[in-house]
Design a protein around this ligand. Structure first.
Ligand code: GLP
Length: 263
């Protein structure tokens, strides 16, 4: 049933728990599910919750295939802040995925267009992404698709917006160390995923969430393309919901959902 669902929860911890439940449901239904993996702070609680389920034996993720959204260009894969390293640390190891089943764009490739085409082919070879986890940048980016990215874009090189570099400086010892370029799944690539699950927490995301969910669909806010996806779920905390006009309506709708529609 095509829908964009907005779920507002009191705390960031509850956002992580509910989003993890959604992922766990997909994996339980299809143990070899292809899960699109976002990095950044937003999905960390999801991964921590899934790892706890794996440890307690309530979830078996060993057959899951993982596909990263993006990767920096210009830092070695072994760099602790490369998205390859972050995903190994936060997902592959704690969830017990087979490292051979985890795909990340090759930001060190000498032939970047070939690496991007190979990444698209790898996703196709897996049969596409079942569920794509997304965060959103304060400027509305998803993956590293910065404002005015083409809605038809596929995996390609992008220049990071100055705001994105500043936002991500916290992960590096020196702001100058933040790479200037990245490879990212395009908006067209992301839209091909069967389901999208966007999570956001904190007031710094309130404007981007309002623009993505209630604003016009426009490339100045790449996240607004979710409005065109047939199965998009947006799970946010109260502070990230602060700029939405229809907060009461979303809460009312969620509170009155029939049980069979819940995950
Ligand atoms: C990052 C990533 C995105 C992420 C976004 C928000 O740099 N490339 O995939 O969703 O920007 O980051 P955070 O979750 O740390 O706020």
């Amino acid at each position: 049933m095509p829908a964009m669902e907005i779920i507002i929860l009191p705390t960031p911890a509850e956002v992580g728990r509910l989003a993890a439940r959604k992922i766990a449901q997909v994996v339980t239904r299809r143990p070899e599910a292809v899960v699109g993996l976002a990095t950044g702070s937003s999905p960390m609680a999801i991964y921590a919750e899934l790892a706890a389920q794996v440890r307690s034996g309530t979830l078996d993720a060993r057959r899951v295939r993982g596909v990263a959204l993006d990767e920096y260009v210009g830092i070695p894969a072994e760099h602790p802040e490369s998205y390859r390293s972050v995903i190994t640390r936060q997902v592959t190891e704690p969830l017990g995925l087979d490292p051979g089943n985890v795909f990340v764009p090759d930001g060190r490739a000498t032939d970047i267009p070939a690496a991007c085409a190979a990444y698209e082919a790898a996703i196709r070879g897996l049969g596409g992404v079942d569920i794509q986890i997304l965060g959103i940048g304060a400027n509305g980016h998803i993956g590293f698709n910065e404002p005015t990215s083409s809605f038809a874009s596929r995996t390609r090189i992008k220049t990071l917006a100055p705001q994105t570099r500043a936002d991500n400086a916290r992960f590096f010892a020196d702001p100058d160390e933040v790479p200037t370029h990245c490879l990212t799944q395009g908006l067209g690539t992301i839209m091909d995923a069967h389901e999208l699950l966007l999570v956001a927490q904190g007031e710094a995301k309130a404007a981007a969430i309002a623009a993505a969910v209630e604003g016009p669909v426009t490339s100045i806010c790449p996240g607004s393309i979710l409005q065109f996806h047939p199965e998009a779920t947006v799970v946010i905390d109260e502070t990230a919901a602060a700029d939405l006009q229809l907060v009461d309506y979303y809460k009312h709708t969620y509170a009155n959902k029939p049980d069979w529609q819940r995950f």
